[in-house]
Design a binder for this molecule. Structure first.
Ligand code: CP
Ligand code: NVA
Length: 308
């Protein structure tokens, strides 16, 4: 059966753990190499990854491109505006055609229903490079970054501060799969998707929502922030004002454990969701986190092709 990666649950906890181990090993094996050199075993030699972007991207675009090259394959990167998709060709027909021409499809889009439709009509793996609902690839890199920095996932206390968005939904999903806990500090009206919360709780994760940022951050192992205005959302002064008490600053970091780390998927808005002293400070893992997008994508691609 074709393996699609639309959410973390498509792989499940065991595969996720295996992907992270694979990423650590492969990263280690090519530490000093030029970025464009293929891994010795080139496990996806001759494979072509099609990438479709309906929204902006720096990290996802470059990391998938480098990932497929390191696995021995190549990529075709397309902005939907320059595709027939952008002129009304259906998602289903696009899926059928790309399945005949390419070996896998990565898409960044808005409505999650679109990626589900793409996957339903594709005969090659479809990978979610972010939708309005979720951002699973990002969270594989985040978990890899935490493990690399000595944080064992089971029982870990992760605090999210800010908007209940796509990135948070995937963190909550990961909590259920990998058995860590998430405390969410956000204003009323900005909670994460309830179906992700319910599923994670049913899987045994402790997921709680707090209206007080200090309470949410108390004794945390990890503090996570993201933009208050995701792609496709309108900038609203009222939302920015409501988010301000949930800004990650030195006072918030002071509430967390002394060895707590800070994550942010980037792009960041210093002075809004995070202060420079935190994101550019010693507890921040953001540059490792960004680099790890490459190593995570490689494992996701290998999983999609049944190699993990
Ligand atoms: N974190 C992330 O997905 O970054 P890009 O939007 O630059 O791809
Ligand atoms: N929540 C952000 C993540 C960007 C990588 C957005 O959707 O814009």
């Amino acid at each position: 059966m074709t393996r699609h990666f639309l959410n973390l649950g498509d792989a499940g906890g065991d595969a996720l753990a295996a992907m992270i181990n694979d990423a650590i090993d492969r990263k280690d094996a090519r530490k000093t190499w030029p970025k464009g050199k293929a891994d010795t075993d080139a496990p996806l030699a001759d494979h072509v990854l099609a990438m479709i972007f309906e929204k902006s991207s720096t990290r996802t675009r470059v990391s998938f491109d480098i990932a497929i090259r390191q696995l021995g394959g190549t990529s075709i990167v397309m902005d939907s505006g320059s595709m027939q998709l952008g002129r009304g060709e259906t998602v289903a027909d696009t899926a059928r055609v790309l399945s005949r021409m390419c070996d896998a499809i990565m898409i960044r889009t808005d409505d999650h229903g679109k990626i589900e439709e793409l996957a339903a009509n594709a005969s090659v793996p479809v990978i979610n490079g972010l939708t309005d609902l979720s951002h699973p690839c990002q969270i594989v890199a985040d978990l890899l970054s935490l493990i690399e920095h000595g944080k064992a996932l089971p029982g870990l206390e992760v605090t999210w501060l800010g908007d209940g968005n796509n990135v948070l939904n995937s963190i909550v999903e990961a909590a259920g799969l990998m058995k860590f806990n998430v405390r969410i500090g956000c204003p009323d009206g900005y909670d994460p998707d309830q179906s992700f919360v319910a599923a994670a709780q049913a899987a045994g994760a402790r997921i709680s929502v707090h209206r007080d940022a200090l309470e949410a951050a108390s004794n945390a192992d990890v503090i996570v922030a993201d933009t208050w205005v995701s792609m496709g959302q309108a900038h609203a002064d009222a939302k920015m004002e409501a988010m301000m008490p949930f800004q990650v600053n030195d006072v918030i970091m002071g509430q967390a454990k002394t060895d707590a780390v800070f994550l942010h998927c980037l792009p960041a808005h210093r002075g809004e969701e995070v202060m420079p002293s935190v994101i550019d400070g010693p507890q921040s893992l953001v540059w490792d986190e960004a680099e790890n997008r490459i190593h995570a994508q490689k494992s996701i691609l290998r999983w999609a092709f049944g190699q993990i």
